[in-house]
Design a protein around this ligand. Structure first.
Ligand code: KIV
Length: 260
Protein backbone atom coordinates (compact mmCIF):
# COMPACT_ATOMS: atom_id res chain seq x y z
CA UNK A 1 0.00 0.00 0.00
CA UNK A 2 1.27 3.44 -0.85
CA UNK A 3 1.82 5.88 2.03
CA UNK A 4 -0.94 8.50 2.14
CA UNK A 5 -0.74 12.22 2.84
CA UNK A 6 -2.90 11.59 5.93
CA UNK A 7 -0.21 9.36 7.41
CA UNK A 8 2.23 12.26 7.19
CA UNK A 9 -0.16 14.42 9.21
CA UNK A 10 -0.38 11.63 11.82
CA UNK A 11 3.41 11.48 11.94
CA UNK A 12 3.48 15.19 12.75
CA UNK A 13 0.93 14.71 15.54
CA UNK A 14 2.93 11.76 16.93
CA UNK A 15 6.17 13.74 16.62
CA UNK A 16 7.68 11.10 14.32
CA UNK A 17 10.19 12.69 11.94
CA UNK A 18 9.18 12.49 8.28
CA UNK A 19 11.96 11.38 5.95
CA UNK A 20 12.07 12.56 2.36
CA UNK A 21 14.66 12.20 -0.40
CA UNK A 22 14.85 13.03 -4.06
CA UNK A 23 15.17 10.40 -6.79
CA UNK A 24 15.18 10.81 -10.54
CA UNK A 25 15.36 7.33 -12.05
CA UNK A 26 14.12 3.75 -11.74
CA UNK A 27 17.06 2.10 -9.91
CA UNK A 28 17.57 4.78 -7.25
CA UNK A 29 13.81 5.14 -6.69
CA UNK A 30 13.65 1.37 -6.14
CA UNK A 31 16.48 1.51 -3.58
CA UNK A 32 15.12 4.55 -1.71
CA UNK A 33 11.64 3.00 -1.66
CA UNK A 34 13.01 -0.29 -0.34
CA UNK A 35 14.63 1.68 2.52
CA UNK A 36 11.13 2.71 3.61
CA UNK A 37 11.49 6.42 2.85
CA UNK A 38 7.85 7.61 2.86
CA UNK A 39 8.26 10.62 0.53
CA UNK A 40 10.22 10.61 -2.72
CA UNK A 41 10.50 13.92 -4.55
CA UNK A 42 11.29 13.99 -8.23
CA UNK A 43 12.77 17.43 -7.75
CA UNK A 44 13.58 19.87 -10.50
CA UNK A 45 17.06 19.73 -8.92
CA UNK A 46 17.13 17.10 -11.67
CA UNK A 47 18.39 19.96 -13.84
CA UNK A 48 21.63 20.28 -11.89
CA UNK A 49 22.07 16.84 -10.37
CA UNK A 50 21.29 14.70 -13.41
CA UNK A 51 21.14 16.88 -16.53
CA UNK A 52 24.20 19.06 -15.85
CA UNK A 53 22.43 22.44 -16.05
CA UNK A 54 23.55 25.38 -13.91
CA UNK A 55 20.14 25.90 -12.31
CA UNK A 56 16.64 24.45 -12.25
CA UNK A 57 15.36 27.05 -14.72
CA UNK A 58 15.97 25.04 -17.95
CA UNK A 59 14.04 22.00 -16.69
CA UNK A 60 10.91 21.41 -18.78
CA UNK A 61 7.66 19.61 -18.11
CA UNK A 62 8.74 16.94 -20.60
CA UNK A 63 11.97 16.41 -18.61
CA UNK A 64 9.92 16.03 -15.45
CA UNK A 65 7.43 13.64 -17.05
CA UNK A 66 10.25 11.43 -18.34
CA UNK A 67 11.88 11.15 -14.91
CA UNK A 68 8.63 10.95 -12.91
CA UNK A 69 7.62 7.95 -15.02
CA UNK A 70 10.90 6.18 -14.25
CA UNK A 71 10.59 6.89 -10.51
CA UNK A 72 6.96 5.75 -10.51
CA UNK A 73 8.05 2.43 -12.04
CA UNK A 74 10.60 1.97 -9.24
CA UNK A 75 8.81 3.23 -6.13
CA UNK A 76 5.66 1.37 -5.16
CA UNK A 77 5.28 2.42 -1.52
CA UNK A 78 6.38 6.05 -1.12
CA UNK A 79 4.32 9.11 -1.92
CA UNK A 80 5.89 10.37 -5.15
CA UNK A 81 5.92 14.15 -5.43
CA UNK A 82 6.65 15.65 -8.86
CA UNK A 83 8.07 19.16 -9.03
CA UNK A 84 6.29 21.60 -11.31
CA UNK A 85 9.14 23.18 -13.25
CA UNK A 86 9.73 26.87 -13.89
CA UNK A 87 7.09 28.46 -16.12
CA UNK A 88 4.51 25.69 -15.82
CA UNK A 89 2.25 27.25 -13.18
CA UNK A 90 2.83 30.98 -12.98
CA UNK A 91 0.53 32.16 -15.79
CA UNK A 92 -2.68 31.26 -13.97
CA UNK A 93 -4.53 28.55 -12.07
CA UNK A 94 -5.78 26.96 -15.30
CA UNK A 95 -2.25 26.49 -16.63
CA UNK A 96 -1.15 25.12 -13.25
CA UNK A 97 -4.01 22.63 -13.10
CA UNK A 98 -3.44 21.43 -16.67
CA UNK A 99 0.25 20.75 -15.99
CA UNK A 100 -0.40 19.18 -12.57
CA UNK A 101 -2.87 16.80 -14.24
CA UNK A 102 -0.17 15.80 -16.76
CA UNK A 103 2.30 15.04 -13.96
CA UNK A 104 -0.24 12.82 -12.19
CA UNK A 105 -1.83 11.20 -15.23
CA UNK A 106 1.22 10.75 -17.50
CA UNK A 107 4.03 10.99 -14.94
CA UNK A 108 2.45 8.67 -12.38
CA UNK A 109 3.14 10.89 -9.36
CA UNK A 110 0.92 11.06 -6.26
CA UNK A 111 1.33 14.78 -5.63
CA UNK A 112 2.94 17.90 -7.09
CA UNK A 113 5.16 20.58 -5.57
CA UNK A 114 5.38 24.21 -6.56
CA UNK A 115 7.43 27.13 -5.29
CA UNK A 116 6.08 30.32 -3.73
CA UNK A 117 3.61 31.45 -1.07
CA UNK A 118 0.70 33.86 -1.39
CA UNK A 119 1.54 34.39 -5.05
CA UNK A 120 0.58 30.79 -5.95
CA UNK A 121 -2.39 30.51 -3.60
CA UNK A 122 -4.99 30.33 -6.38
CA UNK A 123 -2.97 27.74 -8.24
CA UNK A 124 -2.76 25.55 -5.12
CA UNK A 125 -6.51 25.88 -4.46
CA UNK A 126 -7.37 24.91 -8.03
CA UNK A 127 -5.06 21.87 -8.11
CA UNK A 128 -6.21 20.64 -4.68
CA UNK A 129 -9.86 21.09 -5.75
CA UNK A 130 -9.15 18.64 -8.58
CA UNK A 131 -8.01 16.03 -6.04
CA UNK A 132 -4.27 16.43 -6.53
CA UNK A 133 -2.28 16.81 -3.30
CA UNK A 134 0.07 19.81 -3.33
CA UNK A 135 3.32 20.32 -1.43
CA UNK A 136 4.37 23.95 -0.97
CA UNK A 137 7.95 25.23 -1.05
CA UNK A 138 9.04 28.52 0.54
CA UNK A 139 12.22 30.14 1.83
CA UNK A 140 15.00 29.70 -0.70
CA UNK A 141 13.05 28.90 -3.84
CA UNK A 142 15.63 27.97 -6.50
CA UNK A 143 13.36 28.91 -9.43
CA UNK A 144 13.65 32.53 -8.19
CA UNK A 145 17.47 32.39 -8.13
CA UNK A 146 17.92 35.38 -10.47
CA UNK A 147 15.62 37.54 -8.39
CA UNK A 148 17.13 36.36 -5.10
CA UNK A 149 20.63 37.05 -6.43
CA UNK A 150 21.95 33.58 -5.59
CA UNK A 151 21.26 30.66 -3.29
CA UNK A 152 21.08 32.60 -0.03
CA UNK A 153 19.45 31.98 3.35
CA UNK A 154 15.99 33.62 3.44
CA UNK A 155 13.80 35.03 6.22
CA UNK A 156 16.65 36.62 8.14
CA UNK A 157 15.05 40.02 8.85
CA UNK A 158 11.91 40.49 10.92
CA UNK A 159 9.86 41.61 7.90
CA UNK A 160 11.13 38.71 5.75
CA UNK A 161 10.28 36.29 8.57
CA UNK A 162 6.77 37.76 8.84
CA UNK A 163 6.28 37.42 5.09
CA UNK A 164 7.42 33.82 5.21
CA UNK A 165 5.03 33.03 8.06
CA UNK A 166 2.17 34.64 6.09
CA UNK A 167 3.13 32.55 3.05
CA UNK A 168 3.14 29.35 5.11
CA UNK A 169 -0.29 30.08 6.60
CA UNK A 170 -1.69 30.95 3.16
CA UNK A 171 -0.40 27.67 1.70
CA UNK A 172 -1.93 25.68 4.56
CA UNK A 173 -5.24 27.46 4.06
CA UNK A 174 -5.09 26.86 0.31
CA UNK A 175 -4.90 23.12 0.99
CA UNK A 176 -1.22 22.08 0.86
CA UNK A 177 -0.56 18.79 2.65
CA UNK A 178 3.04 19.73 3.56
CA UNK A 179 5.48 22.57 3.00
CA UNK A 180 9.20 22.46 2.22
CA UNK A 181 11.12 25.11 4.16
CA UNK A 182 14.44 25.65 2.39
CA UNK A 183 17.37 27.56 3.87
CA UNK A 184 15.77 29.63 6.60
CA UNK A 185 16.96 30.18 10.19
CA UNK A 186 16.13 27.23 12.44
CA UNK A 187 14.30 29.50 14.93
CA UNK A 188 11.95 30.65 12.18
CA UNK A 189 11.46 27.06 10.97
CA UNK A 190 10.50 26.12 14.53
CA UNK A 191 7.92 28.93 14.72
CA UNK A 192 6.43 28.04 11.34
CA UNK A 193 6.30 24.33 12.21
CA UNK A 194 4.50 25.14 15.47
CA UNK A 195 2.02 27.47 13.74
CA UNK A 196 0.97 24.93 11.10
CA UNK A 197 -1.06 21.77 11.47
CA UNK A 198 0.43 20.36 8.25
CA UNK A 199 4.00 19.00 8.30
CA UNK A 200 7.00 21.12 7.42
CA UNK A 201 9.87 19.39 5.61
CA UNK A 202 13.17 21.18 6.07
CA UNK A 203 16.31 21.45 3.98
CA UNK A 204 18.89 23.78 5.43
CA UNK A 205 16.27 24.87 7.98
CA UNK A 206 17.58 23.19 11.12
CA UNK A 207 16.32 20.31 13.24
CA UNK A 208 12.91 21.60 14.34
CA UNK A 209 10.96 20.88 11.16
CA UNK A 210 8.55 17.95 11.17
CA UNK A 211 10.65 16.20 8.55
CA UNK A 212 13.84 16.52 6.52
CA UNK A 213 14.56 16.28 2.82
CA UNK A 214 17.89 16.01 1.06
CA UNK A 215 18.97 15.77 -2.55
CA UNK A 216 20.05 12.16 -3.12
CA UNK A 217 23.14 13.15 -5.11
CA UNK A 218 24.31 15.35 -2.22
CA UNK A 219 24.19 12.58 0.40
CA UNK A 220 25.82 10.11 -2.00
CA UNK A 221 28.63 12.50 -2.91
CA UNK A 222 27.57 12.72 -6.57
CA UNK A 223 26.89 16.46 -6.78
CA UNK A 224 29.51 18.86 -8.16
CA UNK A 225 28.65 21.39 -5.47
CA UNK A 226 27.66 20.23 -1.98
CA UNK A 227 25.53 22.79 -0.12
CA UNK A 228 26.56 23.61 3.47
CA UNK A 229 23.41 21.99 4.84
CA UNK A 230 24.09 18.65 3.18
CA UNK A 231 26.08 15.73 4.55
CA UNK A 232 27.91 13.26 2.33
CA UNK A 233 27.24 9.82 3.81
CA UNK A 234 29.32 8.11 1.13
CA UNK A 235 31.58 9.13 -1.74
CA UNK A 236 29.91 7.11 -4.49
CA UNK A 237 32.19 8.40 -7.30
CA UNK A 238 35.16 6.68 -5.60
CA UNK A 239 33.30 3.38 -5.39
CA UNK A 240 32.25 3.67 -9.04
CA UNK A 241 35.84 4.53 -10.06
CA UNK A 242 37.16 1.45 -8.20
CA UNK A 243 34.69 -0.79 -10.02
CA UNK A 244 35.43 0.75 -13.44
CA UNK A 245 39.20 0.50 -12.84
CA UNK A 246 38.90 -3.16 -11.82
CA UNK A 247 36.76 -3.91 -14.87
CA UNK A 248 39.27 -2.17 -17.14
CA UNK A 249 42.16 -4.11 -15.57
CA UNK A 250 40.42 -7.46 -15.93
CA UNK A 251 39.48 -6.85 -19.55
CA UNK A 252 43.08 -5.76 -20.32
CA UNK A 253 44.48 -8.83 -18.54
CA UNK A 254 42.00 -11.17 -20.20
CA UNK A 255 40.56 -12.39 -16.89
CA UNK A 256 37.11 -10.99 -17.74
CA UNK A 257 35.05 -12.39 -19.25
CA UNK A 258 35.93 -15.96 -18.29
CA UNK A 259 35.75 -18.57 -20.98
CA UNK A 260 32.58 -20.09 -19.52
O1 KIV B 1 14.21 20.15 -6.49
C1 KIV B 1 14.48 19.73 -5.36
O2 KIV B 1 15.24 18.76 -5.18
C2 KIV B 1 13.86 20.40 -4.23
C3 KIV B 1 14.36 20.03 -2.86
C4 KIV B 1 15.65 20.70 -2.62
C5 KIV B 1 13.37 20.34 -1.82
O3 KIV B 1 13.02 21.22 -4.40
Amino acid sequence: MRVSIHELRKMKVNKEKILALTAYDYPTAKIVDACGVPVILVGDSLGMVVLGHESTIPVTLDDMLHHCQAVARGAKRAIIVGDMPFGTYHTDAKQALGNAIRLVQEGGVTAVKLEGGLVVREQVERIVAAGIPVMGHIGLTPQYVHQLGGYKVQGKTRSAAERLMADALALEEAGCFAIVLECIPSTLAREVSAALSIPTIGIGAGPYCDGQIQVLGDILGLSDYVPKHAKQYVKLPEIIKQAVTLYAQEVAQGTFPPEA
